[in-house]
Write a protein that binds this ligand. Structure first.
Ligand code: SF4
Length: 276
């Protein structure tokens, strides 16, 4: 768990609003701008990495860790999986199996912490940590204990796992897109089905990453990118220069990101107070 500090967003160098320039990426990622996918395409095309480890939704909420080595495989995997993929357990084997020398990892803040610590403070796993070139963390309010959540969706709302096409987080509601309908569930209700660890987690933006990415409701169609170090900054600026993304200054949305971060900390504090 990250310490609860004064600066809930951690250290950063730049805050941007970004959007993919590739029409196909944009089409698939209408709501969020597609900038993460575009950044990763850039990294693969230019040989900065030889693989991207990310998660892919297979059905309903279920996701699995996959390695993408080119644009097509990345597009296949694009989209939030909304479930914790047991990355850490499998990623080492994947990287070695596929003989990847430099990877980008797209993950959640808790996973970014694990990978970031392993890369920056290697102890036993240097063979793995030194192959991690970029850590991109997605903003996260939590992932569901998905068996329980799917059961609740089925019993309470009659929505079957296999019919779910997308899950989106709004300000007040969780939108479950299934068949041709959108079911809006009040967040308060949905949040009682989060994984237990998420209820006491305080890291919203992924403080251990090179780049944090997510979206805010006030800027639909754009990805918020927070670069935290030189390597993150260079990746973003390089992708802009090579026409993979367009960039705007994003400092004005920091307040929105901070609001979510504060909500998450407040939730963790409430839950911790009940636990101890
Ligand atoms: S809320 Fe925290 S523990 Fe849960 S998935 Fe997100 S980052 Fe990980």
């Amino acid at each position: 768990m990250m310490p609860i500090g004064e600066n809930l967003l951690g250290q950063f160098r730049g805050v941007y609003l970004a959007r993919a320039k590739d029409e196909e990426i944009l089409k698939r990622k209408v709501a969020s701008g597609g900038a993460v996918t575009a950044l990763l395409c850039y990294a693969l095309d230019k040989g900065l990495v030889d693989g991207v480890v990310t998660s892919k939704r297979v059905k309903g909420f279920e996701g699995k860790a996959v390695v993408a080595r080119n644009r097509e495989e990345l597009l296949e995997a694009a989209g939030n999986s909304w479930s914790i993929v047991p990355f850490a357990a499998r990623i080492k084997a994947k990287i070695e199996e596929e003989d990847l020398r430099a990877v980008a990892i797209v993950c959640l803040p808790c996973q970014a912490q694990f990978f970031g610590q392993m890369r920056d403070f290697p102890i036993l796993e240097t063979d793995f940590g030194n192959r991690i070139k970029y850590i991109i963390s997605l903003f996260c309010m939590g992932t569901f204990a998905f068996e329980a959540f799917l059961n609740y969706l089925r019993v309470r709302y009659g929505v079957r796992a296999e019919d779910i096409k997308d899950i989106r987080l709004g300000r007040e509601f969780l939108e479950v897109h299934h068949d041709d309908t959108v079911l809006a569930i009040p967040l308060k209700e949905a949040y009682s089905y989060l994984q237990t660890g998420c209820l006491v987690c305080t890291d919203y933006a992924g403080l251990w990453s090179d780049i944090s990415a997510g979206f805010v409701e006030s800027e639909p169609g754009w990805t918020v990118l927070i670069t935290r170090n030189v390597r993150g900054e260079e990746l973003v600026k390089g992708a802009e220069k090579e026409d993979y993304i367009e960039l705007r200054d994003g400092v004005h949305v920091l307040g929105d990101v901070l609001k979510r971060a504060r909500e998450k900390v407040a939730r963790a504090q409430r839950n911790m107070a009940q636990l101890f």
